[in-house]
Design a protein around this ligand. Structure first.
Ligand SMILES: Cc1ncc(COP(=O)(O)O)c(C=O)c1O
Length: 441
């Protein structure tokens, strides 16, 4: 549910089940309040104290006091020149991290910050997570692994993909490398021997996804050989679930059998297989490590988990622009390339500089206190927005494409559903060139 500051119109997300809240607005300090008991409750004033009351899940009459409420990015950032930008709330990532820690109390968290931290910014996110106590990171490309390791030399940085493109640099930087085949392990060991360093490695086991990894039938031997190689230091063995329930069960059994066989031969190491879906779904699969990816950024890995909402994740990114031009569109006039949209009546059109190449994918935006439709063909760098004749929209007005504004919300999950994309793809599509503004509420 969203609650809006009546003074400056900043929107706040409040967790389900709260019956009464009051707190100072982060932007203007006016009191923002909500009481379920009052009529028009979303905007009604309530108690002046800072307490937040939540109905206890199994006893609706017992209020449970909690200290504060999470805030979704609301374009709180006004002191910048951008006409289109993303806001990343590191505080939300921190709260998601705390939820993961609660779900996996016995495991260490290996943060997945690959692909520019899913578009959230690899440098900023890994630095922030490091400051929050995370010491293990995993990435897919050598240049990103080098970036994270060089920025945080005390971190353990695992390159999950191949290392052959720049083995020397990776070894010098002390990045942990994945061993997933005889040839890639031999190349790493040979380089280690010639440079006189012991390289830290993790063995990737293919328990059934048939992607990268040593096939499960050969995995125990491979792990033992790796552990006994004098030029390598085995730090962990890991696998990936297929996220098909029955196959996951089989994969887990295989991994347990491999572990038993390896340990029976005197090799003890750390293990990991759980990523976001299994962090949420299979506590028994949380080994020494869990690999937390999309969950840290505030998203459930699939629509099923989104429905179940086992924990209250907070999306950590919002997407905004400013109107750069508004003009009238007369009945019968078309808009954008090939004029596929024709105005059914006189109205206005507003332009923003956030198009398809920038990562825009929605069919509507929030502008002037309501949802407005995107009209005409989306172009590479522009989107055109329908503005009703009575609306007073002007150049410079704030537009939200993803996030909250004026008590309305376009959630990333909704964008994924409407665009027929996974939540991973929604973020992957956003251009790395878009300015990102970081804050920690
Ligand atoms: C090997 C591996 N582990 C873990 C993850 C993280 O997955 P998720 O984002 O679902 O947590 C990924 C992401 O693609 C991955 O490739």
């Amino acid at each position: 549910m969203l609650v809006i500051c009546k003074h400056c119109k900043t929107s706040y997300r409040i967790p389900d089940g709260l019956t009464r809240i009051a707190f100072p607005c982060k932007r203007c300090q006016a009191e923002v309040s909500y009481s379920a008991d009052e009529e028009n409750s979303a905007e009604a004033p309530c108690a002046k104290d800072m307490s937040v009351q939540r109905r206890a899940a199994n006893n609706p009459t017992t209020p449970e006091l909690i200290a504060g409420i999470p805030v979704e990015g609301n374009s709180m950032q006004t002191n910048h020149p951008y006409l289109a930008w993303l806001e990343v709330n590191l505080g939300a990532i921190g709260r998601n991290l705390d939820l993961v820690r609660g779900l996996c109390p016995k495991s260490q968290i290996l943060a997945i910050v690959k692909t520019n931290a899913y578009g959230f910014g690899v440098k900023e996110v890994s630095d922030y997570l490091f400051s929050r106590g995370i010491r293990d990171f995993a990435l897919a490309k050598p240049y990103e692994a080098l970036l994270v390791k060089r920025a945080n030399p005390d971190a353990n940085v695992l390159l999950m993909g191949p290392s052959s493109e720049c083995l020397r640099e990776l070894v010098e930087a002390k990045v942990q490398l994945a061993c997933f085949s005889n040839s890639n392990r031999d190349a790493i060991a040979k380089h280690a021997a010639s440079s006189g360093v012991k390289v830290q490695v993790q063995v990737k086991v293919d328990t059934g996804v048939h992607r990268l990894g040593v096939r499960h039938e050969h995995a125990a031997d491979f792990i033992v050989e790796t552990a006994r190689n004098p030029n390598l230091e085995l730090k962990a063995a890991y696998s990936t679930f297929s996220e098909v329930k029955e196959v996951d069960r089989l994969q887990w059994r295989r991994l347990c059998e491999i572990r038993e066989a390896v340990e029976a031969r005197g090799v003890n190491t750390a293990w990991h297989i759980a990523s976001s879906a299994s962090i949420l779904r299979y506590p028994q699969s949380h080994c020494e490590f869990v690999r937390a990816g999309i969950i840290l950024y505030g998203h459930y890995p699939n629509p099923e988990e989104h429905e179940l909402k086992r924990v209250n994740l907070e999306p950590a990114m919002t997407m905004h622009a400013r109107v750069i031009q508004v003009k009238p569109l007369h009945k019968g006039e078309g808009v954008s390339y090939r004029l596929t949209y024709t105005a059914p009546e006189d109205h206005k059109v507003a332009l923003i500089v956030f198009g398809g190449l920038d990562g825009f994918m929605g069919k509507k935006v929030i502008l002037g206190g309501r949802f407005c439709e995107v009209i005409g063909n989306l172009t590479q760098n522009h989107a055109m927005i329908h503005v009703a004749p009575e609306m007073d929209v002007k150049e410079g007005d704030l537009v939200t494409m993803m996030g909250c504004q004026d008590g309305l919300e376009i959630s990333p999950a909704e964008l994924a559903r409407d665009s027929n994309l996974s939540i991973y793809s929604v973020h992957a599509r956003i251009s790395d060139k878009m300015p990102r503004i970081y804050f920690d509420d």
